[in-house]
Design a protein around this ligand. Structure first.
Ligand code: F6R
Length: 618
């Protein structure tokens, strides 16, 4: 969840680049930040608060010029956000930054305290520094320290450490080098003619390079300004593949928008077009490069979807899409529940993991369980080379570009689209769907971009901003939907609670009478999804139930039937489309609603309290 960026330059001061890298990583954690450079005494600057606070501190109290340094932005797990708990942490001649959790830090710390070491912070990461310094001390007994000596010490430390870590490390007596190690926390190397980088993700250095090495579990090594060395768990040197990423450096900026979230909402039309064109061939072959054969796709009795948060909601919607198109029963589960409930699974199950980042610890854990039980695992993911992509038989890559706002928006749309494509592919393989139907669906998906762009128009946006203004002072929101609109209601509620800190719940509208109706009062806003279709009349009944109990009613509808419009206090009209693609449209006004309510309430939209973008710890 924390962000790491480190660099070795051929020439010049590394500090401005590291601060710039931290700004790009701030969505990973933002309660404190720090930076250290390789100079005599390993000088460190740390600040509680945002990267901007650190930048100011460095301006007031500059670091010595150095071409090598490490930096960190923190999302606190062990120890409150404070200056002393911020990274980098120092022990002896080692200073390091850490992303992850050292699970056995208490027992390690105890043994080090007995040896007379002192600790200043409450963090597990300081214990990592002590552990490495201790092991380096043992290596030094065999002679002067060299980079391979650090590797041996790191390797021994990794054998003693339990838990997840991405580490970037400076060792005082080894100039020009940054050491690194990863286990269950993402880490990439960035390579450029001016120098090399270690970072939690590519965004940190996308303005500097597009050439990356995605490190694997258990790998460690070092970079200098001109080369890199990567080792496996047995300290054998490996030759990793260098991948060229064509993401635009501009995509990690706000392009004139006030918030990343707004920019990302408004990119959904493009995301749809890009994901469709990258996953279909010119001859309308669906997922032409998907490595799971049609024979294998025919062999499954069940599909199980695992994911967290917004990706889980995409999966809940995906259940309707997949069951309808393939005739295969679909289960959907929270990755965090699935992995610990000893699920009944076997080789006739297809497990579909959905994740924007591809680094969500619970989703990775769920896939590992699925694989152990003999199921085939595939993924929908936005980050090529991520840990998830490496775990599964194949991945459908969504083409969102980097999603930086903590509240996920464009990734949802792309995930739903990818599920449609998988559904068509499996439906065709199982002869559940014919060529004609496939082309009809493809055409529907392609043309839904026009409806999406209509919803992203200034007119719709400013209307929703008005509605948001009217209700931003209310403290409880219910989102109601039925059928495929139920997952959309869940997603609308999640968006609102994440960024405006209001109590919001999503319910299948038919459940209201079974309990939640007791909560309805004049203080509540009910947002009802009342799209045309077989359950329209039922939703109308549910709307009446809440309206007669005094709730304010905001209705999203694509029908001009009078009843829904007359009942509503406010109406948001959605372009009429085929039911197959309607949910893709319905989510957009809810994303806007959350955005404008949060804006009205003065909340910090891109970095909501207590949350971070990439949840790499349980
Ligand atoms: C919600 C949100 C989170 C993520 C969840 C899964 O707006 O961003 O709920 O959806 O943490 O993250 P990924 O998709 O990266 O696995």
């Amino acid at each position: 969840m924390c962000g790491i960026v480190a660099a070795c330059f051929k020439n010049g001061d590394v500090v401005p680049t590291l601060v710039e890298g931290l700004r790009c990583l701030e969505y990973r954690g933002y309660d404190s930040a720090g930076l250290a450079v390789l100079a005599p005494g390993l000088p460190v600057r740390k600040a509680k608060g945002r990267v901007e606070d650190l930048a100011q501190l460095i301006e007031q109290n500059p670091l010595p010029d150095s071409s090598v340094g490490i930096a960190h932005t923190r999302w606190a797990t062990h120890g409150e956000p404070s200056q002393v708990n911020s990274h980098p942490h120092r022990a002896g001649s080692v200073v390091l930054v850490h992303n992850g959790i050292l699970e056995n830090f208490e027992s390690l710390k105890e043994s080090f305290v007995e040896e007379g070491r002192e600790f200043v912070s409450q963090t597990d990461s300081e214990v990592w520094a002590a552990l490495l310094d201790h092991e380096i001390g043992l290596v030094r007994k065999d002679g002067p320290l060299d980079p391979m000596g650090v590797m041996r010490a790191l390797n021994r430390s990794m054998a003693r450490a339990r838990g997840s870590y991405g580490l970037a490390i400076l060792v005082e007596e080894l100039p020009g080098l940054v050491f690194f190690a990863r286990n269950e926390s993402p880490l990439v190397l960035g390579l450029s003619p001016d120098g090399n980088y270690v970072a939690s993700d590519v965004q940190a250095v996308l303005a500097r390079t597009h050439d990356f090495i995605y490190l694997l579990e258990g790998q460690c090594g070092w970079i200098d300004a001109e080369s890199f060395h990567v080792f496996d768990r047995d300290l054998g040197e490996v030759q990793p593949e260098v991948e060229h990423l064509d993401w635009d450096a501009e995509s990690v900026g706000k392009s004139g928008y006030e918030h990343f979230m707004l920019k990302e909402i408004e990119e959904q039309g493009i995301v749809l077009a890009q994901t469709l064109s990258s996953t279909t061939s010119s001859k309308d072959r669906i997922l032409p490069d998907f490595r799971v054969s049609d024979d294998t796709l025919r062999s499954f009795d069940r599909i199980v979807i695992v994911a967290c948060g917004t990706a889980l909601h995409a999966g809940r919607l995906g259940r309707y899409i997949l069951e309808e198109a393939t005739g295969i029963p679909v289960d959907v589960d929270f990755a965090s529940e699935f992995r610990y409930r000893n699920p009944l699974l076997g080789e006739r199950d297809l497990v579909l993991a959905i994740s924007q980042s591809g680094e969500t610890a619970d989703t990775l854990g769920a896939v590992k369980v699925a694989r152990e039980k003999g199921a085939t695992a595939v993924a929908i993911c936005n980050v090529r080379g991520s840990s998830l992509c490496r775990l599964v038989a194949d991945t459908i890559l969504t083409q969102c570009g980097p999603e930086i706002g903590v509240a996920s928006t464009k990734a949802f749309t792309a995930q739903v689209l990818a599920i449609h494509l998988l559904a068509m592919r499996v439906g065709m393989a199982r002869r559940q769907m014919g060529e004609e139907e496939l082309l009809r669906r493809l055409q529907l998906l392609r043309s839904s971009r026009t409806a999406i762009e209509t919803l992203l128009s200034h007119q719709v946006r400013s209307h929703i901003a008005e509605v948001a203004k009217k209700y931003a002072h209310k403290s409880v929101y219910f989102f109601l939907g039925r059928g495929a609109d139920y997952p959309i209601a869940l997603e609308g509620a999640l968006k609102l609670k994440e960024i405006s800190y209001l109590h919001a719940e999503g319910y299948p509208a038919g459940e209201m009478k079974h309990g939640p109706l007791a909560l309805v009062s004049e203080d509540m806003v009910v947002v009802a999804l009342a799209g045309e279709g077989p359950v329209y009349d039922k939703v109308l009944g549910n709307m009446q139930e809440v309206k007669t109990r005094g709730a304010k009613l905001v209705v999203l509808t694509n029908t001009d039937k009078r009843e829904a419009i007359e009942l509503a206090d406010d109406v948001v009209l959605i372009p009429r489309t085929d039911p197959l693609v309607a949910p893709l449209l319905h989510v957009i006004p809810l994303q806007y609603l959350a955005y404008y309510v949060a804006l009205e309430r003065g909340c910090e939209i891109d970095k909501p309290r207590n949350l971070a973008k990439s949840v790499t710890v349980e």
